[in-house]
Design a protein around this ligand. Structure first.
Ligand SMILES: C[S@@+](CC[C@H](N)C(=O)[O-])C[C@H]1O[C@@H](n2cnc3c(N)ncnc32)[C@H](O)[C@@H]1O
Length: 294
């Protein structure tokens, strides 16, 4: 997609949302129709623009974005009437009540420890949450050698990566007897562990934790990517293997956690059927340009 290319060409814009996750985030906003959406970590506004365009399509709701730096304010030109940007460190803020929470900021244990306690814990009712890049093994120095593996961009590459991660993790554990691998000193990308441990301790998930990256859901991720490519709506250079966690957060003190959102297991999707349905729609001329879809 042209937008992704534009962002990947700006050197400062590292760590944008992957295209599949961006589309899933867009769909989540379209389905859940939030009134107030929180975005922590806007940088150049790639996720911001997906969120805003979904709100605009809903014709309802506002986005409040926070970032330490102000790059995004000069970039966003559309749907500004639905948007507030605040340059601030969210660590020091009381953010209040939101209907959908998107966090893509600092991928470290300490930051996750902060937002689980200060942003997620006070949430009073069932709320969709998306946390981007919670665990990217390739960010860890320990796994740097796995980046050099070569294979075409297919499931085979992810199998090679997984073998490499397992081997290096086993070596590290052997060399550091008695050490906790996940929280060991080499560990720089601890957001995922911190978040998942908090959710497990507090039982605050009211849905499965869903992740669309190819390591976890190869059929879904690669099938969808293939579908996007065929429809001409995916920039093949765009990252799509960054792991975002999608889940429904249970309200504090709420044992029943009801919601209108039906979360599903991505592995249950029949990609062949989805491709077939999309091809039929395209034939009927309903798809139009990619911009019309997203
Ligand atoms: C990976 S980038 C966000 C990318 C963006 N979501 C996108 O899709 O293009 C992470 C951003 O989080 C911001 N950030 C890091 N720590 C923060 C904090 N404590 N408060 C607010 N923003 C923070 C950084 O300044 C950076 O711009």
């Amino acid at each position: 997609m042209a937008l992704a290319k534009e962002y990947s060409s700006r050197r400062v814009c590292h760590g944008t949302l992957g295209e599949i996750e961006a589309a899933m985030l867009y769909l989540l906003v379209r389905v859940s129709k939030p009134r107030r959406v929180l975005e922590v970590g806007a940088l150049c506004g790639y996720s911001t623009r997906w969120l805003l365009s979904a709100l605009a399509r809903n014709d309802y709701g506002r986005l409040e974005s926070y970032d330490l730096q102000n790059v995004v304010d000069g970039i966003i030109s559309e749907h500004r009437d639905r948007w507030t940007f605040t340059r601030a460190d969210v660590t020091n803020l009381d953010l209040g009540d939101f209907d959908l929470i998107f966090i893509d900021a600092l991928h470290m244990n300490a930051f996750a420890k902060m937002y689980t306690r200060r942003i997620l814990a006070p949430v009073a009712r069932a709320t969709p949450v998306v946390i981007h890049d919670i665990y990217n093994p390739l960010m860890m120095p320990l796994y740097a050698p796995c980046r050099r593996l070569n294979a075409s961009d297919t499931a085979a590459l992810y199998d090679l990566h997984m073998d490499c991660f397992r081997r290096l993790a086993a070596n590290w554990t052997r060399a550091h007897p008695g050490n906790d691998f996940l929280y060991g000193p080499e560990q720089t990308s601890g957001e995922g562990q911190e978040l998942l441990a908090w959710l497990a301790r507090t039982s605050r998930t009211a849905s499965p934790i869903i992740n669309f990256q190819p390591y976890n859901a190869p059929l879904f991720a690669l099938g969808l990517r293939d579908l996007y490519l065929r429809l001409g709506i995916l920039n093949p250079d765009c990252p799509y293997n960054q792991p975002a966690a999608f889940f429904l957060l249970r309200g504090a003190g709420d044992q029943s956690a009801s919601s209108d959102i039906q979360y599903f297991d991505p592995s249950s999707i029949n990609v062949a059927d989805a491709k077939h349905a999309a091809a039929k729609r395209k034939k009927r001329g309903r798809l139009g340009s990619s911009k019309a879809q997203f």
